[in-house]
Ligand binder design. Sequence first.
Ligand SMILES: [Zn+2]
Length: 221
Amino acid sequence: MIKNEKAVVVFSGGQDSTTCLFWAKKTFKEVVAVTFHYGQRHEAEIDAAKDIAAELNVPHHILDMGLLGQLAPNALTRNDIAIEEREGQPPTTFVEGRNLLFLSFAAILGKQYDARHIVTGVCETDFSGYPDCRDSFVKSLNVTLNLSMDYEFVIHTPLMWLDKKETWALADDLGAFDYVREHTLTCYNGIKGAGCGECPACKLRQNGLDQYLAEKGGDVR
Ligand SMILES: [Zn+2]
């Protein structure tokens, strides 16, 4: 428990980052959330993040990163690019450089708050082929950020080695299971909670939930 320090949580309003927000609230004395607006197809994502931060009483920054959508065309920001898996390369939902930029901006913001801790929900287990969700990338960036600002940041990745089932279990341990299930938005089609049920993000989320509920024992609601 690191009760005396401040943390910045990279927060999208989805299942993973909301679970991280609950984790951070329990771990740190003070928590700030930061959401990046980069021209996502669905404003619903930003709205979900705003609502959750307000409900959890967490100061919330929304930073405009529209440039990212212009630089790196991807299925999350462009309606004319289909969401699909691709053989031998990341899916079309991958945004080049996203975590590099998000974590760097979170660190710049964090330093202004005297926050040393940065929390992100990236995960290598279910990393969907996104290279910047890997532990080696995060550790490397942590060193670079510290050198760039002459500061001792610590990037925390509570979900790094969890699968989706274990992420649900963590939310449950944090007393946030129902909240995460109902209020977060993971769906690529912008539908809160259980989502559209069809897109890769919904399928991953639902599979993990089914596994967790089956393990927990018959609590299928
Ligand atoms: Zn969906």
